[in-house]
Design a protein around this ligand. Sequence first.
Ligand SMILES: *Cc1c(COP(=O)(O)O)cnc(C)c1O
Length: 386
Amino acid sequence: MPKEYDFSTRAIHTGQGFDPTTGAVIPPIYQTSTFVQDGVGGFRNGFEYARGANPTRSSLEELIADLEGGKHGFSFASGLAGEDTLLRAILAPGDQVIMSNDVYGGTHRLVNRVFVPWGVQLDTVEMTDLDAVRSSIRPNTKVLWVETPSNPLMKISDIAALVEIGHAAGVLVVVDNTFASPYLQNPLSFGADVVTHSTTKYLGGHSDVLGGAVVMNDDELAEKVGFLQFAVGPVSGPMDAWLTVRGIKTLAVRMERHNSNAQAIAQALVGHPALERVYYPGLPEHPGHELAARQMRGFGGMISVSLRGGAVAARTFAESTEIFQLAESLGGVESLIGYPSEMTHASVKGTALEVPVNIVRLSVGIEGADDLVGDVLAALERVPAN
Ligand SMILES: *Cc1c(COP(=O)(O)O)cnc(C)c1O
């Protein structure tokens, strides 16, 4: 698909040509583990065994690479499977990784409980404080792991500035772009070396499939990631890859609605007497608002709020909505509400990454804006006055 086509066009067509055998507009799901050979070693179109490559997965990998503006894309069984493969391709014992101090809990757990026992060092830093980042880099630093907007406090980090700091010290900059999706932000265009995704979230978009993606331009790193993906096998199956492709076709229209619904809710919540603060980069008072406006093409569908009434108020709010369902995860068409300190971020309790107990996180879906605003305001009515 030519690069000059609009994102929405590429999201529907890249890697998705019709099936030449039958003319089916939608390419079939290649539910196969192996491929016939015309004589020993005579592979058709390079397909040999599905751990190495499967046409359905390949079409997703081509699509994601295109949408992120990268040369090489890899699709995995989950976001964390992709992160694990990427980090194995880069790190050796003795190397240091720097992550933001509110990185996704599962990413922190992966490095802290799997890579640290293997000899890797982990430091967390306030990624919005460029001086703090600069002074946390050491001779053995290999990776700066950035998440923007961050989870759950929606902090915005300056990708281009972090790339400048990282590259000056020979450090690879990885951006987890799950919260923004490629529709709203393309980290490679700001010089980042690698983009990762939990495609389970906005890319899949329907809370019906797990997946992960890693995209990069560097041929040497891509070769290592491709080798590990083949040697270890944390790949997405054909059905999962196909569902993710189907989700991506509507990413552009879904994100527009996520943006506008979240903006409406955030504005309706500002100044609410039960709330201390509303965390949404689309609000002018958000400390990262101007940076987000420069770096992103919209402010996304994630909002967090802090409640004046502490943990009791926060839990009551999270348990009182009707349309917003209480569940982990995010990025689906349906609205979800979560209580991070006991749910998504329970694994970082007692660490520097602990989330305040009065925070509630909203993944704003694409239902009717008025219904969602009404639901959230009605639930806040039930929060006990402090
Ligand atoms: C969910 C998530 C992950 C992990 O992805 P899985 O698909 O659950 O393995 C990583 N980063 C962020 C920001 C996430 O939200």
